[in-house]
Design a protein around this ligand. Structure first.
Ligand code: FCB
Length: 463
C-alpha cells in the first residue's frame, strides 16, 4: 500500500537558529548557539548562524515556496531569545511580530502552523544562571510558553514544546558537541529532568491561554535500539532506558523507569526530582512527534577487545551515553548518508509499531526525517539528488507499512525545507529539498522538492 489516509498531514520542517539569521537585530538576545558558533574551533569552517538562510528577511519568498510545494503544514521553531531576550521578563514586541507575520502568512496560504517552542537556542543569560541543569530554567520555559500562547495561541494549530531533549541534555551537557559544550554527566541527567518538567509545565501554561484548543505535542528523537545478538539484551535495555524511556517515562507515564535510576546511580541520586515533578511532566498530549534518521546497534562489551563507539561520539568522559561503559555502539552496514548515518528505514516501521503498542491512544507524527548528501548543481542548473529521493521514498514506504500494521500516524515532515546551518557541521551538510546558495541566498528546487510536491498532491507514493 503506498497511499496515505485522507487526512494525512504533509509538511516540511526548519528551526530558528538554522535558518533565520538576523542574530542581533530587532532586540534579539544572544543564545547558547551564538556563543557556541562564535567560539573558534567548535563549528566546521568557523560557520555561524549569524546570517544562515536569511529567512528573517526572506519570509515571503520562503512562504511562497511552501505554498508551491503544496504542503498542508509547516514546522518552524520560535527563537526564545528573539521574543524574550534574556529568557525572562516582558516580550520583545519586534520578535513576536516576526512570528505573528509568519503564522499569518502560513494561514493565508492554507498551511497549518506547527510551532516548536525550543529547538536548542536557550537564552545565554539562562545558561549563565546554570542552564537546563537548574530547576529555574524549567520555570522560565513555562513562562515563555505562556507568553507565546497569549501572542499566537489563537492561530497555531500544533504546539511542540521541545525538540529532541535527548540532544539538549546529552549533547549539550555530557558530550559537549552541542551548545553549551559542557561535559558534566550529572548535570546532563539534571538537564534531562528539567527538560521533562519544563515540557509538562509548558503544556499546562499553554492550556491556560488562547492555545487551549490547539494540539499539544513534543518531539523526541527516539532511538530504535537493536542488539547484535540475543546476548546483548541488557545493552539494548540500558541504551533504551537512557535515550528513550528517560523521556517517555515521565512525559507519558508520570514516572522515571526504575532501571534508569539504578543504571545511573554512580552518577547521580536524582534528588533534583521533587515530589510532584513526574506528575507535572505527564500532561495529556494530542500527538507525539517522532524524529527518525537511522537505527542504533549495540553489543554488550566483553571488557577485553577494543570498544566500538560507532555512533559518532567519543568514548570516555565525553560520551553522551552516560553509564553505558559496558555498551558498544556497533557500526551498521551501509549505504550511508553524508552524515555517516546508515540508511535503514525498517527501524522507522519498527519504532512506530512499538510506540503504537506501548501508547495505543496517542497518535504519532513524523516531525523530522531526511538526509544530507553532497548535492551537485548540474550544468543545466538542475540538482539531481536521486539519493535523497530514494531515502524519502524508502522512509515514506516504511510509514505506510507501520500504518498497515495498525500505527496511528497522522503526518510527515521532511527535514528540511532548505539547506541550513547544521549545528556543529555548519553549512557543510545539506539536508534541504530546496538548495540554498550560501553566498547569494538563491533558492533552487532540487529534484527531491519536485518529487515531494507530486507526492503531496497525489497523497501517495509513485509506482
Ligand atoms: C535533528 C535536529 C535538526 C537537524 C537534523 C538533521 O537532530 O532536530 O535540527 O539538525 O537533526
Amino acid at each position: 500500500m503506498t497511499a496515505f489516509p485522507d487526512t494525512f498531514l504533509w509538511g516540511t520542517a526548519t528551526a530558528a537558529y538554522q535558518v533565520e539569521g538576523a542574530w542581533n537585530e530587532d532586540g534579539r538576545g544572544p543564545s547558547i548557539w551564538d556563543t557556541f558558533s562564535h567560539t573558534p574551533g567548535l563549528v566546521t569552517n568557523g560557520d555561524t548562524g549569524d546570517v544562515a538562510c536569511d529567512h528573517y528577511h526572506r519570509l515571503e519568498e520562503d512562504l511562497d515556496i511552501l505554498s508551491a510545494l503544496g504542503v498542508g503544514a509547516y514546522r518552524f521553531s520560535i527563537s526564545w531569545p528573539r521574543v524574550q531576550p534574556g529568557g525572562q521578563g516582558p516580550v520583545n514586541r519586534a520578535g513576536v511580530d516576526f512570528y505573528s507575520r509568519l503564522v499569518d502568512g502560513l494561514l493565508a496560504r492554507d498551511i497549518a502552523p506547527v510551532a516548536t517552542l525550543y529547538h536548542w537556542d536557550l537564552p545565554q543569560e539562562l545558561e549563565d544562571a546554570g542552564g537546563w541543569p537548574v530547576r529555574d530554567t524549567a520555570l522560565r520555559f513555562a513562562e515563555y510558553a505562556r507568553l507565546m500562547g497569549e501572542a499566537l495561541g489563537d492561530r497555531v494549530a500544533t504546539w511542540i514544546t521541545l525538540n529532541e531533549p535527548w540532544c539538549s541534555a546529552y549533547l549539550g551537557y555530557a558530550s559537549g558537541v552541542h551548545a553549551p559544550a559542557r561535559t558534566e554527566p550529572a548535570a546532563a541527567l539534571a538537564a534531562v529532568h528539567h527538560l521533562n518538567l519544563g515540557h509538562g509545565l509548558a503544556v499546562q501554561a499553554l492550556r491556560s491561554t488562547a492555545a487551549r484548543d490547539a494540539r499539544m505535542s513534543v518531539t523526541l528523537n527516539l532511538h530504535h535500539v537493536r542488539g547484535v545478538s540475543e546476548r546483548d539484551a541488557d545493552a539494548v535495555r540500558r541504551a533504551d532506558a537512557l535515550s528513550n524511556r528517560a523521556f517517555l517515562g515521565p512525559m507519558l507515564e508520570g514516572a522515571y523507569p526504575r532501571d534508569l535510576i539504578a543504571d545511573t546511580a554512580s552518577v547521580t541520586d536524582w534528588s533534583f526530582v521533587l515530589d510532584g515533578d513526574e506528575a507535572a511532566a505527564c500532561q495529556p498530549l494530542d500527538v507525539l512527534g517522532v524524529n527518525y534518521y537511522n537505527p542504533t546497534l549495540v553489543r554488550q562489551w566483553d571488557g577485553a577487545s577494543a570498544r566500538e563507539t560507532a555512533d559518532g561520539h567519543q568514548d570516555g568522559a565525553a560520551s553522551p551515553w552516560i553509564a553505558c561503559e559496558d555498551v558498544e555502539f556497533v557500526k551498521q552496514p551501509g549505504p550511508y548518508t553524508e552524515m555517516g548515518w546508515n540508511i535503514d528505514e525498517t527501524g522507522l516501521t519498527e519504532l512506530l509499531v512499538r510506540l503504537h503498542r506501548d501508547y495505543p491512544d496517542l497518535p504519532l507524527m513524523i516531525t523530522e526525517n531526511g538526509a544530507a548528501f553532497p548535492d551537485e548543481v548540474d550544468a543545466d542548473g538542475r540538482i539531481r539528488d536521486e539519493r535523497r529521493v530514494d531515502y524519502l521514498n524508502r522512509h515514506l514506504t516504511a510509514v505506510t507499512e507501520a500504518i498497515t500494521a495498525g500505527a496511528d500516524v497522522r503526518g510527515y515532515f521532511v527535514w528540511s525545507l532548505m539547506d541550513n546551518f547544521e549545528w556543529a557541521h555548519g553549512y557543510a551538510k545539506r539536508f534541504g529539498i530546496v538548495r540554498v546558495d550560501h553566498d547569494t541566498q538563491l533558492r533552487t528546487w532540487k529534484d527531491s522538492a519536485h518529487w515531494y510536491r507530486d507526492v503531496v498532491a497525489a497523497n501517495k507514493l509513485p509506482g
